[in-house]
Write a protein that binds this ligand. Structure first.
Ligand SMILES: Nc1ncnc2c1ncn2[C@@H]1O[C@H](COP(=O)(O)OP(=O)(O)OP(=O)(O)O)[C@@H](O)[C@H]1O
Ligand SMILES: [Mg+2]
Length: 236
């Protein structure tokens, strides 16, 4: 199976103009993600794991390197040079991102937050809501919370809503940044089952997990990031 994403020599650094320094966040990263498989990113804190995902989603603009993404029609696009409108289109259907935290909209019910990505893709509201209910049930979110805005939810409850929202639309490439960090063992097991079933449906995943045991249970390939070079001084 050909990779859907091929990252070559990706580096990202931040320039602190006031201090005249550059902070490297990831350096010379090479990896692939393949449909139906999970590539796990591992490495010490600060090695740049989250930064790699943010570059792929283009929250961060890479400093150098290529991120070659195969689109549904078979054509390849380098995400590092893609325009903002191309990225918006890809985020709608092709590339999903589940972060550790839910940045929730005030006064919007959990069920509507989860259903929204499907409705944006053109699914009917009733179908989207019934799929959202199904996912919230699988992820153990108590039914009494479904019509409540998640602002007051516990960390674990918010994370489950976040996961449900990220998984409902089944993007072709799913980015996961510590999606189970605040979940209890039972819910973590449910998430593992859910991710395995999504994998079997052909979704490619690039993921960071808090617990090494989850890497063992889910990863088909493991890529280790080492610490980028130390902060370098910019020429004066
Ligand atoms: N927006 C930013 N501005 C400045 N520096 C940043 C920014 N984002 C990340 N960095 C720096 O890049 C380095 C890598 O950060 P990143 O969050 O990618 O690491 P990580 O491997 O995900 O770490 P952790 O395991 O703790 O989540 C860190 O030194 C961080 O301070
Ligand atoms: Mg991180």
């Amino acid at each position: 199976m050909n990779p859907i994403l091929d990252i070559q020599n990706l580096s990202k650094h931040f320039t602190l103009h006031e201090q005249g320094t550059q902070i490297p966040s990831c350096s010379d990263v090479n990896l692939t993600a393949t449909p139906g498989q999970l590539t796990a990113l591992v490495g010490p804190t600060g090695a740049g794991k989250s930064s790699v995902l943010k570059c792929v989603y283009r929250t961060y603009l890479p400093s150098s390197g290529g991120m070659f993404f195969t689109q549904e029609d078979g054509s390849t696009i380098d995400l590092s040079g893609a325009s903002e409108s191309e990225m918006l289109r890809l985020r709608e259907r092709d590339i999903g991102f589940v972060t550790q935290f839910l940045h929730c909209l005030p006064r919007k019910a959990a069920l509507d937050i989860v259903a929204a990505p499907l409705i944006r893709q053109g699914e009917s509201a009733s179908r989207a809501q019934s799929e959202a209910c199904e996912l919230l049930r699988v992820l153990n979110v108590p039914e009494r919370l479904w019509n409540v805005p998640p602002a007051t939810f516990s960390g674990g409850e918010k994370q489950r809503v976040n996961l449900a929202r990220g998984l409902i639309a089944k993007p072709r490439l799913l980015l996961l940044d510590e999606p189970t960090a605040s979940l209890d063992p039972d819910t973590t097991d449910r998430v593992v089952d859910l991710l395995n079933s999504i994998k079997q449906q052909g979704v490619a995943m690039l993921a960071i997990f808090h617990h090494p045991a989850l890497v063992d249970r889910l990863a088909d390939r493991v890529v280790e990031l080492t610490m980028a070079h130390n902060t370098t001084e910019l020429p004066a």
